[in-house]
Design a protein around this ligand. Structure first.
Ligand SMILES: Cc1ncc(COP(=O)(O)O)c(C=O)c1O
Length: 289
């Protein structure tokens, strides 16, 4: 199956094959860029404001000044969505510090490249949700907040690439990363939660993780539905002893975890609180479609 796609580079539309950025772009050379991923439901962009807020926050932390306005992003993303005319698309927003002479000094980046990659997004496999997925705990650690802050969604994802590489080599869906203290942080492109004795827990931001938009939304929805999600640290051992576990991300929604390394989580089936939160989240998505 060919996935339909369109790429916008600084507002000009290109087919996948023709979409090119200079090799002198700092995003290519150093991962010196920020990005966001969201999607559409029935051609409506899902939570764009939150994603743009986080894009600006990431850029601010790296000292990248974004030249486009929020309104400009909206107009250009809409152009791509209309061009494809599909109900459900993946939207990747990338802003690089720009092109310039080779050298680490950020001042060498002359002006941003704004790239939008918009492509058809098939529904995720049903078995992820019905049976849950198998995760591993990666040997590679999540970077410390004092190194490249995991709270910044930058183009430098090699840490996470190495973690998912471990997962794939071990036949798993994805990897969970620990911080230097051995506490759970998140998966490579999702936040993580456990349920223990009816209590839902997710690691706090201080553990060193990206503040997911889905995480923020779910914490808020939980609160409104008398199902508090507590932000507390837990270890890999506690993770394996959980009654239930699940992941969240914009494009995956809520994905149950039923096995970690060689250990079944709880009964090895999707748990009741995961199901309840999935229904609450699904209703929220429908109300934004
Ligand atoms: C490292 C990391 N954690 C968590 C998430 C989930 O974030 P969101 O819910 O905003 O998609 C992502 C998304 O790509 C991610 O890259």
């Amino acid at each position: 199956m060919t996935i339909k796609s369109i790429v916008s580079i600084n507002g000009k539309l290109f087919d996948r094959e023709a979409a090119k950025v200079s090799v002198f772009d700092r995003g290519f050379l150093f991962g010196d860029s920020v990005y966001e991923v969201t999607l559409t439901h029935n051609q409506k962009i899902f939570l764009l404001d939150d994603h743009l807020d986080r894009l600006w926050l990431s850029a601010e932390k790296l000292g990248i000044e974004i030249e486009w306005t929020r309104e400009k992003f909206l107009v250009e993303i809409e152009k791509c969505i209309q061009h494809l005319g599909l109900p459900r698309v993946y939207i990747r927003i990338v802003v690089t510090r720009g092109e310039g002479e080779i050298g680490l000094d950020p001042a060498l980046g002359i002006s941003n490249n704004h790239v939008l990659i918009v492509k058809e997004l098939p529904e995720n496999p049903k078995n992820w949700y019905a049976q849950g997925v198998h995760m591993i705990v990666a040997d590679i650690q999540r970077t410390s907040k004092k190194a490249m802050d995991p709270g910044v969604k930058s183009g430098n994802y090699l840490n996470n690439v190495m973690a998912i590489k471990e997962a794939k080599e071990r036949g798993a869906f994805d990897a969970i990363m620990l911080n230097y203290k051995g506490q759970v942080t998140e998966a490579t492109t999702s936040n993580i939660y456990i349920v223990k004795d009816q209590k839902v827990l997710t690691p706090p931001l201080q553990a060193g993780l990206l503040e997911g938009i889905t995480r923020k939304t779910l914490i808020d929805l939980g609160q409104r539905n008398h199902l508090t999600i507590h932000q507390e640290d837990f270890s890999a051992g506690e993770l394996r002893m959980a009654d239930e576990a699940f992941l969240t991300s914009s494009t995956k929604g809520i994905v149950p975890i039923t096995k970690i390394d060689e250990t079944a989580i709880g009964s090895g089936k999707v748990g009741p609180l995961t199901t309840q939160l999935s229904e609450i989240y699904q209703n929220f998505v429908l109300s934004h479609s």
